[in-house]
Design a protein. Structure first.
Length: 73
């Protein structure tokens, strides 16, 4: 997982964006929401790339949960 996070950060940095890898254990939906709240972030991007069908399904459910929370506030 560290290798994948590092590769993602390198890609973002090479595009001129700021990025810092953070790997945290827990329920992805809650971890993302907690991180966004802690940062006071204006936006969060969740994407899929090179995943199998199960991983894509799981990522979509996380993205859906995070998006639903955005409309609650």
């Amino acid at each position: 997982m560290q290798k994948q996070a590092g590769a993602a950060v390198e890609e973002l940095l090479s595009s001129g964006l700021a990025a810092t890898p953070i790997i945290t254990a827990g329920d992805p939906k809650q971890v993302l929401l907690d991180e966004v709240d802690g940062w006071g972030a204006d936006c969060l991007f969740v994407w899929e790339r090179g995943h199998n069908h199960l991983a894509r399904f799981m990522l979509r459910s996380v993205a859906t949960a995070v998006a639903a929370r955005a409309f609650e506030d």
